[in-house]
Design a protein around this ligand. Structure first.
Ligand SMILES: C[S@@+](CC[C@H](N)C(=O)[O-])C[C@H]1O[C@@H](n2cnc3c(N)ncnc32)[C@H](O)[C@@H]1O
Length: 350
């Protein structure tokens, strides 16, 4: 075991103890984050090895020691990666999420477990960049776990992030790995459900997320905007605007009506996003295309695989061991068998 592995293991052990001791039920946080964090606490042996893999990749991408580096948990949710980064001893730790409820909750949780988070930033990438710029913060590493597949405008996101002072690195891990055919099938089922079926509101539901089928929401938005159109035309527009949100839905519909040409906005057959927030339902990202758009002389981009985490279940561990072994042979950039992938980027000084 190398030095950073020992440190990560210790951070995981220390945080796991604190989380298990936490009186979650009596914390003054949302039901959503109570449910979310409880799920993590109940499955620590599943989630912690995933965070461990991610943090190992973070450390190998860092230009400076952990104790001199500023770490960002982008889209931090209930904050587990943030707490781990504090435990690991990063010089500064920044928590971000687009959902204000989570930012408020993580302030409460981090103080309950006695871990000092340096900055809390609510908002999307533009809010993040303006906060960082205004406060003159030097970011060394941007990290996220299961966020990439939810960001509405990926191209715009990567244009914004380039505004940070270089050098810095980025590691975004996501389980929406469509290069694995089994996962690809599951992701498409999730798209189908979001687009046509919807979901029920239950205790701990994230208030930001829509319950109605996305197609139905787009129909209602379009019917309100274009009250002169018949239902057939509205349905056509609702279908062709899949993958868009808010004003983008209306603008794309207007363009189609003006040109009298109706074509699906997205080329992907199932990808869909929440029409009220832009949050993708597990976006299947064209990673080759994304790499081509980001990579240049100063920016290196890699998509790397991750191993299956083993549990106490010996029967289930056997196939995982076999697949992990095969993945080692196939090499780090082969995503076919992988349960997830990590986007690793180095932004170098020009
Ligand atoms: C699946 S959750 C993952 C949460 C957390 N990273 C974890 O490890 O549990 C996705 C998170 O990303 C946040 N999010 C989605 N789009 C975002 C964006 N454009 N900017 C910042 N946060 C975003 C959501 O609010 C949510 O908390």
């Amino acid at each position: 075991m190398n030095n950073s592995e020992i440190k990560i293991n210790k951070a995981i052990d220390d945080l796991s103890t604190k989380l298990k001791d936490l009186d979650l039920e009596n914390l003054s946080i949302s039901d959503y984050n109570k449910r979310y964090l409880k799920d993590y606490i109940d499955k620590l042996s599943f989630f912690m090895p995933l965070y461990k893999t991610l943090l190992e990749k973070v450390i190998r991408n860092l230009q400076k020691p952990v104790s001199e580096s500023c770490f960002v948990d982008y889209g931090g949710g209930c904050g587990v990666l943030t707490y781990l980064a504090v435990e690991l001893g990063f010089k500064k730790v920044i928590y971000n999420d687009i959902y204000e409820v989570s930012t408020k909750d993580v302030k409460v949780i981090s103080s309950a477990i006695n871990l000092k988070v340096d900055y809390f930033i609510t908002g999307d990438i533009s809010d993040f960049i303006s906060y960082i710029t205004k406060n003159n913060i030097k970011v060394d590493h941007m990290c996220s776990f299961d966020v990439l597949e939810h960001i509405y405008d990926l191209e715009g996101w990567f244009l914004e992030i380039k505004k940070l002072p270089k050098p810095f690195s980025l590691c975004f891990m996501t389980s929406a790995n469509s290069s694995n055919p089994n996962i690809n099938r599951k992701l498409k089922k999730i798209h189908y459900k979001a687009e046509y079926v919807g979901s029920k509101k239950k205790k701990g539901w994230k208030e930001r997320d829509s319950n109605l089928p996305f197609l139905e929401i787009r129909k209602r938005l379009l019917a309100k905007e274009f009250s002169n159109l018949d239902e057939k035309k509205i349905t056509i527009l609702a279908k062709t605007t899949r993958g868009l949100y808010g004003k983008d839905i209306i603008n794309y519909a207007k363009k189609q009506l003006e040109e009298n040409h109706f074509k699906e906005y997205t080329k992907h057959p199932t990808n869909t996003c929440d029409p009220l927030t832009g949050n993708w339902a597990e976006h299947i990202i064209d990673i080759k295309n994304l790499k081509n758009r980001i990579e240049n002389k100063q920016t290196t981009v890699r998509f790397t695989n991750n191993f299956y985490s083993e549990s106490s279940n010996k029967i289930l561990n056997f196939p995982k061991k076999v697949i992990n072994f095969l993945m080692k042979i196939l090499g780090e950039q082969n995503l076919f068998l992988s349960p997830s992938y990590t986007l690793e980027i180095q932004y170098k000084e020009s």
